[in-house]
Design a protein around this ligand. Structure first.
Ligand code: F0G
Length: 367
């Protein structure tokens, strides 16, 4: 079967949008087993990563954006607007370009990862760098979209949540049931809200026999839902979730409570370690914010959280691709070594032992 995108695949479970569907064939992302991390988490634990970086613009936002932009088009909107820490901007810009619509993105000045900014710009969005954080940018776009002819495509737009819930459907379809636990990072709190909606709907339809416990994780310096109050100056190197006043905070707390799960905080060091383990040990390159879910699971496991759980399947959303934030990747890695174009110099750096009898060189095209 050729994958038709989330709207066509899950049409029965989504609100109708009139007119053409704007899609880049998002969704159908891999659920990748993580054997190394599973062992770290505990004896009877299987961890599977929902690799949302495999979406067309490299993040989970595409699932919601296909819905929001298709709906905006059906309403004859000619332009859309969003506030963003980067991924929403990249996704909105791509889908708006596809729909032939204008796109305005308001980003917190100087705090958006380069890959995301490059995407928004490449797709022709008008980028406004706000002197303030994400929360200030979101306040602005809400006011602008209420008073001017432009459609808001942040996750306060219910069509975004509808599209994003399809990730929960895909997990149930892949496993044949819901997992016991699902972990994910929490920023503006739309995604955890969407996952819970998806899991609950599948359960009600009899397509999953149970509901997972949702485990949401915020960065310690940007953890309003853990602290119980907004954070005026949120801080974390995981810029995607540097949010102090999440728009869907109430729904996120309800999702955690109703599922028997929780929202807790992880430090930047813990996020960094999980980010490196994912890349080094599993071969999965996810952006820093995405690693917050894995960091949280490792932390909970070290506190004995899963010790009574028996054999369990845990799924974890890796929300965005590592290429989104090349500066962080390069900053944390071993620096490249510059060498002259000589074998001797290269093998010295690589500390390679010579073979006893050199094999003949492979033939070159000229031979
Ligand atoms: N992970 C990544 C990579 C994100 O970009 C975001 C949010 C989240 C997690 C948190 O998801 O907001 O639904 O709780 N990014 C938004 C943006 C805020 O503007 O791209 P959430």
């Amino acid at each position: 079967m050729i994958w038709p995108g989330v709207i066509a695949h899950y049409r029965k479970y989504l609100p109708e949008t009139e007119g053409p569907t704007v899609t880049l064939l998002e969704g159908n992302t891999p659920l990748v087993p993580c054997p190394y991390l599973s062992r770290l988490l505990g004896k009877d634990i299987q961890l599977l990563a929902k690799v949302e970086g495999a979406n067309p613009t490299g993040s989970f936002k595409d699932r919601g954006m296909t819905m929001a932009i298709s709906h905006a088009l059906s309403q004859d909107c000619t332009s859309v607007i969003c506030a963003s820490t980067g991924n929403t901007a990249a996704s909105a810009a791509a889908y708006a370009a596809r729909a032939g619509m204008g796109c305005f993105v308001l980003i917190p000045g100087g705090e958006v990862a380069k890959g995301k900014l490059a995407q928004a710009m490449a797709h022709g969005a008008q980028v406004l760098a706000v002197q303030g954080n994400f929360d200030a940018a979101l306040r602005l776009v809400r006011q602008i979209s209420s008073n001017y002819r432009v459609a808001l495509v942040n996750s306060v737009n219910p069509y975004r949540i509808e599209g994003q819930k399809t990730a929960a459907f895909e997990i149930c379809d892949a496993l044949g049931d819901a997992p016991q636990f699902h972990a994910l990072p929490v920023g503006n709190a739309g995604n955890i809200t969407a996952y819970w909606k998806g899991f609950v709907e599948y359960h009600r339809l009899g397509l999953a026999s149970r509901l997972p416990r949702l485990l949401g994780f915020q960065a310690e310096g940007a953890a309003p839902l853990v602290l119980g109050h907004s954070v005026p100056n949120p801080e974390t190197f995981a810029t995607a979730i540097r949010i102090g006043d999440p728009a869907s905070g109430k729904q996120a707390l309800a999702a955690a409570r109703e599922s028997g799960g929780q929202i807790s905080a992880v430090s930047d060091d813990e996020i960094r370690e999980a980010y490196q383990l994912l890349a080094d040990k599993e071969g999965i390159f996810a952006e820093p914010a995405s690693a917050a879910g894995v960091a949280g699971l490792l932390k909970l496991s070290s506190q004995g959280f899963f010790s009574e759980a028996g054999p369990v399947t845990i799924t974890c959303t890796l929300t965005g691709h590592g290429l989104k934030d090349p500066d962080t990747a390069i900053g944390l890695a071993q620096a490249a070594v510059t060498i002259p174009a000589e074998v001797e110099a290269a093998v010295q750096v690589m500390r390679l032992e010579p073979v006893a009898e050199p094999s003949p060189s492979p033939p070159t095209p000229a031979d």
